[in-house]
Design a protein around this ligand. Structure first.
Ligand SMILES: [Zn+2]
Length: 466
């Protein structure tokens, strides 16, 4: 039991109704820094981030109002936070973020509100916006010692990946190994689905080059689940491809709850230059030398609240490899055709011409000789009115795998690649829906409904994530 402090003394001597008055007395009789220290220890909730993926910096905690912000840990401004709040009594508590986060007004809370878990992180859902007011949200604790987790996004850490791997431990198509060890000594998983063969092309899928981008992990999980299933698509897929997956490229960042994006001196998706500094990227390059990846698909999430980031979209070099744009456009068409109405709009194809490779995953593989397709797929965190919960995102991943099988990838040499020879697929094929023009001045209507402060700031950028 902690020793009684001045505030306790005031409470005891003046009674419960005098807390506000007690605080006033404190302000009058102590220096500002002392007040701050008292207040931080005296809110009606305590904030805990000591669990995988935890992140928050508490700047003030008094009575039933907590002020916090994303803990940048020496990095550049970004929007990730995830914490557990334990109440000392029932009642309403407000959680307040800075008005400006990562350059965006009300930039710490997405369009579906915060994510919430009332079972210590086992299950999560989006809270909605009824309890959100600009840069803050509130929660009504119903009893003393109630523990509730809140986060900017639905977390996906080692526990979730382990659950997925445990569920599929006996799957004959899945092999699990260790790609490398992270800087902090964690084992980085390498998954293999299918087997190499003379007619089989190898493909790399990656996730969490940026630790914050959890929603992409649920989509990636659905993609992997489908690839190792017994569906017609999966059987066809494994005839043509052997899949290698690195679900957590920035393994330490995922577990430690880092922002990841714009990590100093550069983040994991800017580490594909001559001298890679992260063991994971070094290991991916080495693995490519062994497996000769012909396809690379890198799963990301864009920024949280930027209007034109509320859709799915592909980015990467347009003409590297030669038919990248055509291949990605056909793939995007099949995905769009397969997605339910509740899915985020897209995917749009926003590949751009690039003369020299940027040190990113999609560029590294895009400019490599022999690659057939390389791109980054951005999945929005919480677009308004659309579904991005774990179950729906897994389904989108499943759809992407089916779309992959339906796509007639063309190799750079100009003739149809071996992958298109297997046209005797049991899956009925029709022409995919019309591909989307890659005009950058063009914005999806659904993503730009209504003027916001972001529009007025002119902060629109296609480079903001990947
Ligand atoms: Zn990213």
């Amino acid at each position: 039991m902690r020793p009684m402090n001045r505030r306790d003394w005031l409470k005891t001597t003046m009674g419960g109704a005098s807390v506000v008055m007690g605080l006033t007395v404190l302000v009058l009789t102590t220096t500002a820094s002392q007040v701050q220290a008292e207040i931080v220890s005296e809110g009606t909730v305590t904030i805990n981030t000591a669990f995988p993926g935890g992140n928050a910096k508490v700047t003030a905690n008094a009575d039933s109002s907590v002020h916090l912000e994303p803990d940048l840990r020496g990095g550049r401004p970004w929007f990730y936070w995830c914490f557990e709040a334990t109440s000392t009594k029932p009642g309403n508590v407000t959680f307040v973020f800075p008005e400006n986060v990562a350059g965006f007004k009300n930039g710490a809370i997405g369009f579906q509100g915060p994510a919430i878990s009332t079972d210590l992180g086992t299950t999560w859902k989006w809270m909605g916006t009824a309890q959100v007011d600009g840069d803050s949200f509130f929660y009504d604790f119903t009893k003393a010692n109630e523990r509730v987790r809140f986060a900017v996004t639905i977390p996906y850490v080692q526990t979730e990946l382990d659950d997925f791997l445990k569920k599929n431990a006996s799957n004959p198509h899945l092999k699990k190994s260790v790609l490398t060890k992270s800087r902090d000594g964690r084992e980085v998983e390498l998954l293999q689905i299918g087997s190499p063969g003379p007619e089989v092309l190898s493909m790399l899928v990656t996730g969490r080059h940026h630790a914050t981008e959890t929603i992409a992990s649920y989509v990636l999980e659905g993609f992997l689940q489908e690839a190792m299933s017994e569906s017609e698509f999966a059987k066809e897929f494994r005839k043509k491809y052997v899949l290698y997956a690195v679900p957590f490229v920035d393994k330490d960042g995922v577990e430690e709850g880092d922002q990841g994006k714009n990590r100093r001196p550069h983040d994991h998706n800017r580490d594909y230059g001559e001298k890679s500094i992260y063991p994971e990227i070094q290991a991916i390059k080495k693995l490519d030398k062994e497996k000769n990846f012909r396809f690379a698909l890198d799963f990301h999430c864009p920024t949280l609240v930027m209007n034109d980031h509320q859709v799915m979209y592909f980015v990467g070099p347009k003409e590297h490899p030669a038919y990248n744009f055509q291949n990605v456009s056909e793939l995007a068409g099949w995905i769009k055709k397969g997605l339910p109405k509740s899915a985020p709009v897209g995917p749009y194809v926003w590949l751009r011409p690039a003369k020299t490779p940027a040190p990113m995953n999609s560029n590294y593989f895009g400019f490599k000789k022999g690659t057939i397709m390389a791109a980054t797929l951005e999945i929005p965190f919480a677009p308004p009115g659309k579904s991005t919960n774990p179950a729906s995102c897994r389904k989108y991943g499943q759809t992407i795998l089916a779309a992959w099988v339906s796509t007639h990838f063309r190799a750079p040499v100009g003739k149809p690649d071996a992958t298109a020879k297997h046209s005797a697929t049991p899956v009925k094929k029709t022409n995919p829906v019309a591909t989307v023009p890659d005009k950058f001045e063009w914005l999806p209507l659904e993503a730009t409904d209504g003027q916001t402060d972001l529009d007025r700031q002119g902060s629109h950028s296609y480079d903001a994530c990947w």
